[in-house]
Design a protein around this ligand. Structure first.
Ligand SMILES: Cc1cc2nc3c(=O)[nH]c(=O)nc-3n(C[C@H](O)[C@H](O)[C@H](O)COP(=O)(O)OP(=O)(O)OC[C@H]3O[C@@H](n4cnc5c(N)ncnc54)[C@H](O)[C@@H]3O)c2cc1C
Length: 391
């Protein structure tokens, strides 16, 4: 089966600068990421050198202020960059999204001094971040987390507990950790910026996952990790609100990654259908398959439009949490459907590792789970329908 270059997506971009940025990202994706993606995912290898390249190219802090090394790009542009990266390799697109999520607490709630000290290295200095909310016994019910931070008489905090499912666990340079400093429930949680080499911080052996194997996901043990108060992000008790507002934006990142994976699967299916012949003609000539491909393409366009709507609301400074939850729900369900259909278009070959369709299908599944399962997204959407007093 000859390789066919996928048709580039015809994107809606607000400026020439954004168009140049997307061209740069496509170039990096096609030269440095896609060619080794299948082999490295199979081997479970994390491409650290790609993240160094992205950092050097100014692509690890895109939606943040230029003052501290960010790219000052609107979300509608940043998300389309993520989509291109995820289409080349989800480990990279999702990794950039998680790094952005991990940087959020400091960028949005840190003091000027904290930002000046840490943000430049986080946004463009080659550091890699991790976001630590989930725990073994608290996933969807994140506000019941048990990791504790206790303030000592000298002012330092001592953090003890276990975080679960941490993307970049064990390889991150910094961890944004939500820990309990007060009462039970959401108001007793505070956010901290913990360095990756802090004494007492260690990572378990990474989880053995269905897909996304190049991206390490591991438990993080915090065994009496001592942190100065200068690394507390936001006020005491504000950590859960910070974590949730980070997730509103992070969910848009997951939505964009999902559309990237779905687009890659569609491109694969279209190429294959044009080449594969049965009953004397290309299978793309059969209406049964043409309609399937048309439905896949339509769902992808609808998903892209939905995440861009949410992004544009965010860029305009308007509330966007409901639309972000809708985008996460719709785009990740779309990715699951489209990748499953792509396997179908490829027939028996789709079920083998000789083609990427089966990898896309395994990768799509995790997107329905991370950063709030799709059941939780429905709860968020329903709460918004019920009006502000119910939220
Ligand atoms: C590969 C991967 C990477 C991850 N990366 C990170 C990370 O970097 N940082 C981080 O903090 N976390 C991370 N997570 C954790 C992820 O956010 C959680 O897995 C997710 O929030 C669900 O939590 P849980 O797995 O404990 O499932 P549970 O909360 O136990 O849910 C189990 C099932 O019950 C459903 N359910 C739960 N409550 C309700 C309800 N009220 N109504 C209806 N259904 C409900 C869920 O939808 C799900 O289907 C990652 C997970 C994975 C798999």
């Amino acid at each position: 089966m000859p390789d066919r270059a996928p048709q580039p997506v015809d994107r809606q971009l607000p400026t020439d600068e954004a168009r140049d940025l997307i061209s740069l990202v496509r170039d990096i994706a096609q030269r440095e990421i896609a060619p080794s993606a299948a082999e490295e995912e199979d081997a479970g290898r994390f491409p650290r050198e790609v993240f160094t390249l992205l950092s050097d190219s100014g692509l690890l802090g895109l939606p943040y202020d230029a003052e501290f090394g960010g790219g000052e790009q609107p979300y509608e542009v940043y998300l389309q960059v993520l989509e291109e990266l995820a289409a080349a390799r989800l480990t990279v697109g999702l990794g950039v999204s998680v790094h952005t999520l991990a940087s959020y607490a400091l960028a949005a709630h840190g003091t000027k001094e904290q930002q000046a000290e840490h943000l430049p290295a986080m946004l463009g200095g080659g550091l890699l971040g991790a976001y630590c909310l989930s725990e073994p016994a608290s996933g969807s019910d994140a506000a019941s987390l048990r990791t504790k931070a206790v303030r000592e008489s000298g002012g330092d905090w001592v953090i003890t507990g276990t975080k679960a499912w941490i993307t970049h666990g064990g390889i991150a340079d910094f961890y944004t950790v939500m820990a309990r400093t007060g009462e039970d429930g959401p108001r007793g949680i505070t956010a901290f910026l913990v360095p990756g080499d802090a004494e007492g911080l260690s990572a378990a052996v990474p989880e053995k996952k269905m897909g996304l194997k190049g991206s390490p996901t591991a438990q993080i043990h915090l065994d009496g990790v001592r942190i100065p108060d200068a690394r507390r992000l936001g006020d005491e008790g504000q950590g859960f609100a910070i974590a949730l507002s980070a997730l509103d934006s992070g969910r848009l990142g997951i939505a964009a990654c999902a559309i990237g994976v779905a687009q890659a699967a569609l491109d694969e299916a279209v190429s294959y259908a044009a080449e594969r012949r049965q009953f004397g003609k290309p299978i793309a000539d059969f209406q049964g398959l043409r309609f399937m491909l048309a439905d896949m393409a339509t769902q992808i366009e609808a998903g892209r439009a939905l995440y861009l709507t949410a992004a544009r609301l965010r860029d305009a400074g308007r509330p966007f949490a409901k639309q972000a939850a809708m985008a996460k729900l719709h785009c990740t369900d779309t990715a699951m459907r489209v990748t499953t259909d792509a396997v179908q278009v490829l027939g028996g070959y789709g079920y083998t590792a000789d083609f990427p369709a089966e990898r896309y299908m395994r990768e799509a599944k995790v997107l329905q789970i991370v950063e709030g399962t799709n059941q939780i997204q429905r709860m968020v959407i329903a709460r918004h329908l019920a009006g502000p007093e119910e939220r």
